[in-house]
Design a protein around this ligand. Structure first.
Ligand SMILES: [Zn+2]
Length: 45
């Protein structure tokens, strides 16, 4: 499960089962779920 910190925008790998969601980089407690769909690049012919 991939998350992105709302503060430093670093990609963090967290376990959704754990209640404590803290960014390991800046200790920010706000992360957003990232969908793999957004990472896909669609190439138009
Ligand atoms: Zn952060």
């Amino acid at each position: 499960m991939a998350y992105v910190c709302t503060k430093c925008e670093e990609e963090v790998d967290l376990n959704p089962v754990e209640e404590k969601i803290i960014c390991p980089y800046c200790s920010n407690r706000g992360v957003l779920k990232t969908r793999s769909d957004e990472a896909k690049t669609v190439t138009a012919r």
